[in-house]
Design a protein around this ligand. Structure first.
Ligand code: F0G
Length: 456
């Protein structure tokens, strides 16, 4: 029995597939880097789920009610009460997006040389840890690295390794623990409640703070409800409260599960001193604590988005759509990270294109071919993204070579998903003809955004 989306469409935005010869020209002009394409030359844009979602009629109406006062905005107080309601933490400040929140919080927690240990850090999170002189350490369960392993919680922290790391280095060498829910870099894979409880126990044992990177918290809660024993009867709201009750605070990019196009948050459970320091640090970086880099209307829309995202019927359609695309790809014999994650299908480009070595970036080769085939833009998450060892300049080999088909929230229908699946299946049928790529020009940091490439 098909359960349709719990909404209907009120406004539409035209999209256009430019002819193949034009796609070839546009791609050449973009130096084979899909970040350089204009979005009007993309038919279906699966680059990211960040800030690309559709707002509801209530959120659009909320924009009009936004209070643009510099200090004490009503929209700030609406956001604060929505946050308290959903997360159960006492203190909140807005930020303009996730990395803004990281930039404000991390320097207050990290002393140079200290580690931040988590499941798998997102790349801007890693960058902010390193910018503060810290060391970002990934400690996810080994199942995360095997795309055919069906483990239901591939975002879990490897508890034994975590304890080993703290014991070996000493707790004073660790700034805090940071668990990313869902774990984006592992394929949008969830973390179980029992794993979070175990991480909490470790944090207590060594007296370390535990934070969440909560960009996709609601999708994580949905997976807990569906997959974790004893959680079937709990509501999404209850699960969210339980997840956050285990953490001392969180940073969040609201561009994902906040259901808004821009925004971020820092939450602090009860540490008033830390909250005061966060507020003080926010002012010169993001702005006064009652707006933190957002317009009043953005805070109003976020206050509403947080309430909409914890609706189970919404999450069922959302995660169901990603699962639907995953199933279509599996039916076509395409290797993907299994089980399918919450926000994207991660195609195993290493297995898809075994003739292309990591130095020729199979994920990027596949992204290029899919755009030429169908005007679909996806993103490489593999060795091209990872870059070079800063000390030696040698290309690092990523343990996984992914092509991420990231699904914006409430934007595309399943017939768009059918089109994407059929297009990728067409590439799969002639996969041995797909060519690797080489880098022609690259900047020193975050090269994947601007590097110029060529086909081999
Ligand atoms: N943490 C996670 C887990 C993320 O996925 C992102 C962004 C951030 C932090 C940073 O948030 O973009 O609001 O500053 N992920 C996007 C992506 C960009 O495409 O996966 P931001």
């Amino acid at each position: 029995m098909i359960i349709p989306e719990p909404y209907r469409i009120k406004a539409v935005e035209p999209i256009r597939l430019i002819p193949r010869p034009e796609r070839e020209i546009k791609l050449r002009q973009a130096h084979y880097n899909l970040f350089n394409l204009r979005s009007e030359d993309v038919f279906i844009d699966l680059l990211t789920d960040s800030g690309t979602g559709a707002m509801s009629d209530c959120q659009w109406a909320g924009l009009m009610r936004g209070d643009e006062a510099y200090a004490g905005s009503r929209s700030y107080y609406n956001l604060e009460s929505s946050c308290r309601d959903v997360f159960g933490h006492r203190y909140f400040v807005p930020a303009h997006q996730g990395r803004g929140a990281e930039n404000v919080l991390f320097p207050l927690l990290i002393k140079p040389g200290q580690m931040v240990i988590g499941n798998m850090h997102f790349d801007t999170t890693r960058a902010h840890i390193e910018l503060k002189g810290g060391q970002a350490v990934d400690c996810v369960v080994p199942e995360a690295y095997d795309t055919s392993d069906g483990h239901p919680f591939k975002g879990n922290v490897d508890i034994n390794r975590l304890e080993g790391l703290i014991d070996r280095n000493g707790p004073q060498k660790v700034a805090f623990l940071l668990v990313t829910v869902t774990c984006n870099s592992a394929g949008g894979q969830p973390v179980s409640l029992s794993n979070l409880r175990q991480v909490r126990r470790v944090a207590d044992k060594y007296n370390l703070p535990l934070f969440l990177d909560a960009a996709r918290f609601a999708e994580n809660a949905y997976f807990i409800k569906k997959r974790e024993q004893g959680c079937e009867a709990k509501s999404i709201r209850e699960i969210v409260r339980e997840m956050f009750s285990l953490a001392d605070g969180f940073t969040m990019s609201a561009k994902k599960d906040g259901l808004v196009n821009i925004g971020g948050l820092i939450g602090i459970k009860e540490n008033r001193d830390l909250y005061n320091r966060v507020r003080a640090n926010l002012v010169p970086i993001e702005g006064f604590p009652t707006y933190g880099g957002l317009a009043g209307r953005d805070m109003e829309a976020l206050a509403l988005g947080l309430q909409e995202v914890v609706e189970e019927s919404y999450l069922q359609a959302r995660v169901g759509q990603v699962e639907y695309l995953g199933k279509r790809l599996l039916d076509a014999g395409i290797p993907i990270q299994q089980p399918v994650g919450g926000h994207a299908v991660f195609v195993d480009a290493g297995k898809f294109l075994p003739h292309i070595p990591y130095r020729q970036f199979p994920g990027q080769a596949l992204a290029i071919d899919l755009y030429l085939e169908a005007g679909v833009r996806a993103v490489e998450i593999g060795s091209f993204l990872l870059g070079r060892d800063p000390a030696t300049g040698v290309q690092i080999r990523s343990p996984l070579e992914f092509l991420r088909l990231t699904i914006p929230r409430r934007v595309y229908t399943n017939s768009h998903m059918d089109y994407v699946a059929e297009s990728l299946a067409a590439v799969h049928r002639r996969r041995d003809k797909v060519r690797g790529v080489r880098i022609v020009e690259e900047p020193e940091v975050l090269r994947h955004f601007t590097a110029r490439l060529d086909l081999l």
